[in-house]
Design a protein around this ligand. Structure first.
Ligand code: NIG
Ligand code: FE
Length: 433
């Protein structure tokens, strides 16, 4: 596609042009608009001397700086200051709308109390549910805003946000309406997921038929209303021994799909329960976590279109010493994505580049694999592989600049704040010199 087709100098001019120039290195991650696998994950498409022209919400051109200046004379420029010009990160798995942090649990786990035992005692997700229900929409929005800004300050330009701390009909809808307001207010691109199946709420759990009743509420009330208000694109289930089982998850995701909600799955996080195999069976867009995935699960995902989304910060923060078998997944041919899992219980991480460091140092991926997993493949995990994750003309202008001279340096200098600019759909999210 040439710039003219998106409104170049003689075109329909959908918006003002900004040039991003003077990068030491540019990685476009350009190529097929689908999840990359195997050897394709080795190539981030290093394009020396290239800049980007953003026009309105779209990438109009990716070309050497002098070519861009000739094509768009007089266009304002952002000086990349000999840094790295790259696609913005796609954080395809977060629970970013919540109230307070859960500091006590962090310490409790350190003394040996397991995550699911804390939940059994009414803490964990249930603690966040009590907190969520006690807050107004405006409070939740005010808490989420700065958190999203911190993600953007790490180079994230698109993020998925799940409901799942409401766990009642009105509160799940409220959560998704807050997500909608975050999407409308921008500047980040936000995608919503209904995760009413995050847990069985205590008021249902403590009655004999309660579990079954909660599933009925999700299927008969929440999904239809979410669909009617078009509040979410995906439905997700915490499929895990002790939370939702395989038959329950299958029912929920079938019902969700009947209401137009594309399946996603929290699968095999703490113990293998066959979640990855189920995700492949349902052709879910992604199966996430997978720290306890079985060899059958690896084979099933490798043979499927489902993206295996790995969340290494979560397993680090839980302190169990387990991580998903990333190398086995890639070597078997599965498409992997990486995400933050940003949430108050298991991953209070807003500094996204740490995910890349963990991918290399702990999951043993190459830097290129890590980059592609949180750009192109993160986009694929949200059904957006043709829209974002690449610096390609016609794609959304989702771009970030980092103060490093080489893409391998971002995972390397860990713990630093290196992003000096990010734009989502051409809107400035973050700038720091
Ligand atoms: O992805 N595993 C389930 N859900 C979240 C944690 C939610 C919480 O503890 O608040 C996760 O880790
Ligand atoms: Fe999660």
């Amino acid at each position: 596609m040439t710039s003219a087709t998106v409104g170049g100098p003689e075109g329909a001019a959908p918006g003002p042009v900004t040039l991003l120039v003077n990068a030491a290195q540019t990685i476009t991650c350009a190529g097929a608009p689908r999840a990359r696998r195997g050897a394709e994950l080795a190539d981030v498409s290093v394009s020396p001397g290239y800049g980007v022209a953003m026009q309105g919400d779209t990438i109009a051109a990716v070309a050497p700086d002098d070519v861009l200046r000739r094509q768009f004379p007089g266009a304002p420029e952002f000086d990349c200051a000999r840094g790295l010009l790259a696609p913005g990160f796609v954080d395809s798995h977060t629970h970013a709308v919540f109230g307070a942090g859960r500091y006590a649990e962090h310490e409790l786990r350190a003394t040996g109390v397991p995550y699911l035992e804390i939940a059994r005692q009414g803490g964990g997700i249930h603690a966040s549910v009590r907190d969520f229900r006690a807050r107004t929409d405006d409070e939740l929005l005010a808490l989420a805003g700065p958190r999203l800004a911190r993600l953007a300050a790490g180079g994230v330009t698109t993020l998925e946000i799940k409901s799942g701390y409401g766990l009642s009909v009105p509160d799940e809808l409220r959560a998704l309406r807050v997500v909608r307001r975050l999407a409308e207010q921008g500047p980040l691109n936000v995608v919503a997921t209904c995760m009413a199946a995050h847990e069985v709420p205590v008021e249902f759990r403590d009655r004999p038929a309660g579990r079954r009743e909660w599933l009925d509420v999700i299927c008969d009330e929440i999904y239809p209303q979410v669909a009617a208000e078009q509040l979410a694109r995906f439905a997700d289930v915490f499929c895990e021994p002790g939370v939702f089982g395989i038959a329950e998850s299958r029912r929920l995701l079938h019902e969700g799909r009947a209401h137009g909600l594309i399946p996603k799955l929290h699968a095999d996080e703490l113990r293998d329960g066959g979640g990855a195999v189920l995700a492949a069976e349902l052709e879910a867009v992604s199966a996430d976590h997978l720290a306890a995935i079985s060899p059958d699960g690896v084979r099933a995902l490798a043979a499927s279109s489902t993206v295996a989304t790995l969340l290494p910060a979560t397993m680090l923060f839980l302190g169990t010493g387990h991580q998903a078998p990333a190398r086995s997944l890639v070597d078997a041919g599965a498409a992997i994505a990486l995400a933050s899992d940003f949430n108050p219980g298991t991953s209070p991480l807003q500094a996204f580049p740490l995910v890349l460091t963990l991918a290399v140092s702990v999951l043993r991926l190459s830097a290129a694999e890590a980059w592609l997993a949180c750009t192109v493949n993160g986009a694929a995990a949200l059904g957006l592989a043709g829209r974002t994750g690449q610096l390609t003309p016609g794609f959304r202008a989702d771009v970030a600049v980092h103060a490093v001279e080489d893409y391998r340096a971002l995972p390397y200098w860990f713990g630093e704040r290196l992003c000096i600019g990010s734009w989502a759909s051409g809107r400035a999210c973050h700038q720091r010199r």
